[in-house]
Ligand binder design. Structure first.
Ligand code: PMP
Length: 423
């Protein structure tokens, strides 16, 4: 059973194996918002944001199987379904974002976006948040200080604090954020790097789930664009309807990105990602080199999966469900706050929710209580993860097909476990 599976994992993958939970789950199958372990124990999935339209959705399974039986190949041919997908994806964007480059992972899309920004601006300086995560390639690791204990970055990168209002009590976090971005631009210019781009998640994810109030990042983005830099919206986590404010998280902020990177939910688990960009950026980048080729990026199988995802998000009203269920969940979680509660703050948009776990009666992060809550929920069949610099912010991102009865199951388990951990 579990012991043997763990031993096999360790023998093959050694130290390069990162798992969820100290005592990992041996997972066997999944459907909708539920996953089932090898003993067929059910777990409500609020952790895994890849299967956005629901685990094992038949529309995606059938589309992949159908296309796999007809044609799959490298991306050097004219294939109608690939063009269908590109046009379908671009129809989700304003007219000036009219080119797409298809890749395979979020890291690859951010890596390419950095190269395009450098080609476009002739500058190298990049601004990211202090605890950002944007990928695992060489260039994206450099802009992911959150994955290093000392949060260090190379010389041409500057970090700024995320726009945080709960602990700081900042009445205007967007203005504070813009001030920090302006100072970083000046610093990059003084150091001779200049400003190439600002890269942020449109819901600050690894920094602790911040997105309010509406327009939060607008002044910072304007400062970058006024200085001739580009704004790269990392939609790898919030994209594809999760925020309930439309297809993309950037819509909450009244900004116009120069490039949008996406991944995770794009193929509902089929590995695919992409960049949508202004055509002048793609032109400039392509003119500088021999052109971009990606063997698997946007192959016919990926196109089939991606089309099924977009059709299902619209066909099943999943954006609307994300908005309604998100409001319902946040209201339910706020109902668990109050004297003696470890739930310090509830925030987010749609089905991307952060729950700050604090020492009762204070705004002090309590990572131990967050960990106890996560493990307590697990033993009640609910999977939730944590994020943020202190590891005390529950990150709630269920599939967008989440129902009111799923919410009731989660809220009653949370009430029980959080109640037992409060004062
Ligand atoms: N950007 C963000 C915001 C992410 O959360 C991630 C993955 N956690 C990535 C980029 C990298 O995506 P991938 O793991 O597919 O390379």
């Amino acid at each position: 059973g579990l012991v043997r599976a763990l031993a096999r994992r360790k023998a093959s993958f050694g130290a390069a194996s990162v798992l969820f939970y100290d005592r990992p789950i041996r997972m066997a199958r999944a459907e909708g918002a539920w996953m089932y372990d090898a003993e067929d124990r059910p777990y409500l999935d609020l952790y895994n944001n890849v299967p956005c339209i629901g685990h094992s959705h038949p529309a995606v399974a059938e589309a992949i199987a159908r296309q796999a039986g007809v044609l799959n190949t490298n991306t050097r041919y004219l294939v109608d379904i690939v063009h269908d997908y590109a046009e379908r994806l671009l129809s989700e964007f304003p007219g000036d974002l009219s080119n797409v480059v298809l890749t395979c992972t979020g890291s690859e899309s951010n890596d390419l976006a950095l190269r395009m920004a450098e080609a476009m601006t002739g500058r190298r300086g990049v601004i990211v948040t202090e605890f950002a995560y944007h990928g695992n390639s060489a260039s994206t690791t450099a802009i992911s200080p959150g994955s290093r204990p000392d949060r260090s970055v190379p010389d041409h990168i500057r970090t700024v604090p995320p726009p945080e209002a709960f602990r700081s009590g900042d009445a205007d976090p967007g203005a504070t954020f813009a001030g920090a971005v302006r100072a970083a631009i000046a610093d990059l210019e003084a150091a001779g790097h200049g400003i190439s781009c600002l890269v942020v998640d449109t819901i600050f994810s690894s920094d602790g789930v911040y997105c309010a109030p509406p327009g939060l990042i607008a002044a910072a983005v304007a400062a970058v664009q006024d200085a001739g830099g580009l704004f790269i919206a990392d939609e790898v986590q919030p994209g594809f309807g999760r925020t309930g404010t439309g297809m993309w998280g950037y819509k909450m902020h009244a900004v116009r990105p120069d490039m949008v990177t996406m991944g995770k939910p794009m193929g509902n688990g089929f590995p695919m990602s992409g960049i949508v960009a202004r055509p002048d950026i793609v032109d400039r980048f392509s003119a500088q080199g021999s052109g971009y080729f990606n063997t698997f990026g946007g192959n016919p199988l990926a196109a089939a999966a991606g089309l099924a995802v977009l059709e299902t998000i619209h066909g099943e009203g999943l954006m609307e469900n994300a908005r309604a269920m998100g409001e319902h969940l946040r209201a339910g979680l706020r109902g668990l706050q109050g004297e003696g509660s470890i739930i310090g703050d509830v925030r987010g948009a749609g089905l991307f929710i952060g729950v700050e776990i604090s020492v009762p009666g204070t705004r002090e992060p309590d990572a131990a209580a967050a960990s106890a809550l996560i493990n307590g929920l697990r033993s009640r069949g609910v999977m939730v993860g944590a994020t943020g610099p202190y590891g005390n912010v529950l990150k709630i991102r269920p599939p967008l097909c989440f129902t009111a009865s799923d919410a009731a199951f989660f809220l009653s388990a949370t009430e029980e476990v959080a109640g037992s951990l409060g004062k």
